[in-house]
Design a protein around this ligand. Structure first.
Ligand SMILES: Cc1cc2nc3c(=O)[nH]c(=O)nc-3n(C[C@H](O)[C@H](O)[C@H](O)COP(=O)(O)O)c2cc1C
Length: 152
């Protein structure tokens, strides 16, 4: 049944985000698509993060993170942030800004969140962040992932 489950998931079209956070000298970014808007009052986002991901343990209650919605021409950054090289090296590509929270300036939109809840969920943790600030380019051309590949 798992194979069928994966088959069903592969038919869905997913938006692609890069989740980024830092804590002390550690800075991490990872590609995520298990992301949804969880509530409007307050504005919150949920993201499912694998407990083995290097970013997982720097997310703590009240820590801050950015969710950067990628545009259709940002396949390269999605690949870098899901590739084998991790940590600081992922920030050496593309146009990152390092203010209070690292964020990708060229993303279609940036959502700046403060972590309010972390719910362990089998292999993953469901991370709920309240949206404290955002920037939106006004464009409506997000990167889409379906059937194991990016739509071009
Ligand atoms: C399109 C796409 C979507 C992904 N979505 C998620 C996700 O929602 N949650 C997750 O934990 N990993 C997701 N991944 C896998 C992580 O990006 C990948 O395992 C990454 O390397 C983890 O970071 P690390 O190498 O620093 O541990 C996704 C990968 C791709 C290519």
């Amino acid at each position: 049944m798992k194979e069928k489950f994966l088959e069903v998931l592969r038919t869905t079209k997913q938006n692609v985000f890069v989740l980024a956070a830092e804590s002390g000298s550690q800075r991490h970014a990872m590609t995520v698509s298990s992301v949804f808007s969880a509530s409007l009052e307050p504005m919150s986002m949920a993201v499912s993060v694998n407990q083995n991901a290097s970013l997982h343990d720097i997310l703590t209650i009240d820590s801050k993170f950015s969710l950067n919605l990628l545009a259709s021409d940002q396949i390269e950054i999605a690949e870098i942030c899901s590739g084998t090289e991790e940590g600081q090296i992922r920030f050496e590509h593309s146009d990152w800004e390092f203010s209070e929270i690292p964020y990708l300036k060229s993303a279609q939109s940036n959502l700046f969140c403060i972590c309010r809840k972390i719910v362990p969920l089998y292999s993953h943790s469901l991370v709920i962040g309240e949206v404290e600030n955002l920037s939106h380019s006004g464009k409506m051309n997000p990167l889409i992932y379906q059937d194991g590949k990016y739509e071009t």
